[in-house]
Design a protein around this ligand. Structure first.
Ligand SMILES: [Fe+2]
Ligand SMILES: [Fe+2]
Length: 365
């Protein structure tokens, strides 16, 4: 228990939301009170107040404004938590200048960091004047992981083209960010966020990485394996950097010659990485073999059964799910559940116990 740190969560009903309960209970002295309760006036100075913007629907922004301006400030630090969309009414009422906004999903570590920081600050700070940059900070871990992912993919593709050196620490850090941001939040908002991305190849790599890590978490992989999964998935298609763009972006069916070129990308990627020091053999296998099938019908080596290891099998499944749910010019995207129906029909090719164990995630994608 962190002594001297007190939190009050204001919410609409009796129950503390699951993410706040998990983050705070047992670590910090926390009370949960209904948002309209008179008790609000009894909150001690210095107590960190969390308002759950997602669960204050029956409470109008005017009511929140009144509460915040007349009762919470200036002696109590304030954090709003909520989905990105819950920010808009708060911003419209200029309420964000009184506190920080933390995006759902958030990790325990981030929430605790903010709570601790705010509770250690001298209070009686006047809010930022209306119209100026408002919240103390905004925490959006998915955005953080995603922008790290974009940066690292740009580096990786430039490396695969032979234009720059590989930055392995960046790659490892991005993998860790990805694992952290998916560990506590689930797949749904990652997939949603990635779908907004403009560049199709990056979108695909970020999607495969998120799915593979989410799948690994569901299968309770240990941390060291999750790191390999994240690294392998981020890297899996970098060999496409050597495939001409008009083949990569071709809207229709590829000719045989184009297909043959496209099917070289696993080898190109693995060859580029193999010369680097410190790249795990498991990661190289993911890069080379993520298009292999258990029945030997895949490429580039036509591997069969046991010669395809678990990390590769998992990445293959993530890669296929990603392709099925992605928007492409020539096909409508499938839902997550439909994607898993397609996988379930791929008998002999995929590891069915893994597919079966993961299929409940279809609803979340
Ligand atoms: Fe691929
Ligand atoms: Fe892929």
């Amino acid at each position: 228990m962190l002594s001297g740190v007190h939190v009050v969560v204001l919410g609409e009903n009796e129950h503390l939301p699951e993410d706040l309960r998990r983050s705070l209970t047992g670590i910090i002295s926390v009370r949960h009170i209904r948002i309209k309760a008179r008790e609000v006036v009894d909150i001690g100075n210095g107590t960190v107040v969390i308002i759950d913007a997602d669960r204050a629907a029956s409470f109008s922004p005017d009511d929140i404004a009144d509460l915040v301006q007349n009762q919470i400030r200036p002696a109590r630090p304030l954090i709003f938590v909520g989905q990105a969309k819950s920010r808009a009414p708060l911003a419209a009422h200029n309420l964000l200048r009184f506190g920080s906004f933390m995006f759902r999903p958030f990790s325990t570590a981030s929430l605790l960091d903010i709570v601790q920081f705010l509770s250690s600050q001298p209070r009686a700070v006047e809010p930022v004047p209306a119209g100026e940059a408002s919240p103390t900070w905004i925490v959006d871990e998915h955005a953080l992981a995603m922008s790290a992912g974009e940066t690292v993919l740009a580096e990786l593709f430039s490396f695969a083209k032979g234009q720059s050196r590989l930055n392995q620490p960046d790659l490892i850090k991005t993998g860790d960010l990805l694992i952290g941001s998916l560990a506590e939040s689930g797949l749904n908002s990652w997939v949603h966020g990635v779908r907004q991305h403009h560049d199709r190849t990056y979108q695909h790599c970020l999607l495969v990485a998120g799915l593979a890590v989410g799948f690994g978490l569901k299968l309770q992989f240990r941390q060291s394996d999750l790191q390999l999964v994240a690294k392998g998935a981020l890297l899996h298609d970098i060999g496409k950097a050597r495939v001409p763009l008009d083949i990569l972006d071709k809207p229709g069916k590829l000719t045989d010659a184009e297909s043959a070129m496209m099917q070289k990308h696993p080898v190109y990627g693995e060859e580029a990485m193999r010369l680097e020091a410190g790249v795990e053999p498991a990661v190289l296998r993911v890069m080379r073999s993520h298009h292999e099938f258990l029945d030997g019908s895949g490429y580039p080596d036509g591997l069969v059964g046991e010669s395809i290891d678990d990390l590769v099998r998992l990445t293959t499944i993530a890669d296929i799910v990603a392709a099925l749910i992605e928007q492409r010019p020539y096909k409508a995207p499938l839902s997550g559940e439909e994607a898993f129906e397609v996988l379930a029909a791929m008998h002999g090719k995929l590891d069915m116990p893994i597919v079966k164990a993961l299929s409940p995630l279809g609803r979340l994608i």
